[in-house]
Design a protein around this ligand. Structure first.
Ligand code: SF4
Ligand code: MG
Length: 336
């Protein structure tokens, strides 16, 4: 059967004054209905650009998009702006890190939930209000009838995030893209919002793409994981497999820089040395080679000369042998 969302060999390039930035460089993945795909990587890895591109929210003047994005049988790269606008209203919605990106300070929360719904479904004002109050209630806003008439500034940060989730659910989207949706919230509220998203997914059956730099946040959210580095996918698999036995040196680095669940939050973390590469002039071969501690385990100069490919299914784009990928993690990386 065809996956609900299929991305194939996606390339996204920006023209800048300094040259061409390869923000996404040959990315492929699928997401099924009712499932969550976690996309993990540092900032600049291409995860946000990928998702803005899926929703057609890139600037066509400065951006070149190649490849294939098929959502529910419809090719999106070649779709018109009008078709994309319709899609963003109905089929797909985005939850941002900062609710104020989506909510205007000048209008009531209720109006901001109702108006797009009326526009996309032809519902009356009264019907839209009923729906908005129902959604505010679903996301756990107390006294939603009264809160309907509040302005965003009258909501706490956590409530604004809930209101934005309510807004994204108004038209019952089949695809939800959540970009670091809880990063700005304190740990307790963060946990509540993640629980809420999971419950809503059960109820609505949407596919979710959950973007984060935090492997801890993703562990309870995502069915499958895609680890991105320098605009490419470097590792993929079920969340369970990737977190239990990661196979890529970059994923090892992400894991060891993550505070352990239930561990001392102040324990010394070891961040990955170096910084993400410039995408104006990406490194040759494996893009991770300037930061990788294992290049000497690969024969010849393959790490600097040859781009490792990522196979389908459970896979890591790295020249280490399957045995090395397993034993190095167990012997040297795995937390004791
Ligand atoms: Fe490191 Fe080489 Fe594997 Fe890249 S291919 S992650 S440089 S060992
Ligand atoms: Mg981002």
């Amino acid at each position: 059967s065809n996956p609900f969302l299929s991305v194939r060999d996606l390339h996204v390039r920006f023209s800048t004054e300094d040259g061409v930035v390869k923000a996404v460089d040959g990315l492929s993945f699928d997401v099924e209905r009712g499932k969550t795909l976690g996309i993990v990587g540092e900032s600049g890895s291409g995860k946000s650009v990928t998702n803005l591109t899926i929703l057609g929210l890139h600037s066509p003047k400065t951006t070149t998009v190649e490849g294939e994005i098929v959502l529910d049988g419809k090719e999106l790269i070649t779709a018109s702006e009008k078709e994309m606008e319709k899609l963003r209203g109905n089929k797909a919605a985005m939850i941002f890190q900062d609710p104020l990106t989506a909510l205007s300070p000048y209008y009531t929360v209720g109006r901001q939930l109702s108006e797009p719904f009326m526009k996309h479904t032809g519902a009356s004002k009264k019907e839209a209000k009923v729906r908005a109050i129902e959604m505010l209630d679903k996301v756990g806003i107390p006294q939603p009838k009264t809160r309907f008439d509040d302005y965003p500034h009258q909501f706490s940060g956590g409530m604004r995030q809930r209101a934005m989730i309510a807004m994204s659910l108004m038209c019952d989207p089949d695809l939800l893209i959540a970009d670091e949706p809880t990063t700005a919230l304190d740990v307790t509220v963060q946990a509540q919002i993640l629980d809420l998203l999971r419950d809503l997914q059960q109820e609505f059956g949407s596919a979710i793409i959950f973007i984060t730099h935090d492997l801890g946040v993703i562990s309870h959210m995502a069915d499958d994981l895609l680890v991105m580095y320098a605009g490419r996918a470097v590792e993929r698999g079920s969340t369970r497999e990737v977190l239990r036995q990661p196979q890529h040196p970059y994923t090892w680095g992400l894991l060891s820089s993550m505070p352990r669940l239930g561990g001392d939050l102040n324990e010394a973390l070891s961040p990955i040395p170096g910084s993400p590469p410039s995408l104006l002039n990406p490194p040759s071969g494996c893009p991770f080679h300037p930061r990788c501690a294992f290049t000497d385990k690969v024969a010849g100069n393959r790490c600097t000369d040859e781009r490792p490919s990522l196979a389908d299914g459970r896979a890591a784009a790295c020249h280490l042998t399957a045995e090395q990928k397993q034993t190095i993690f167990i012997d040297q990386i795995q937390p004791r």
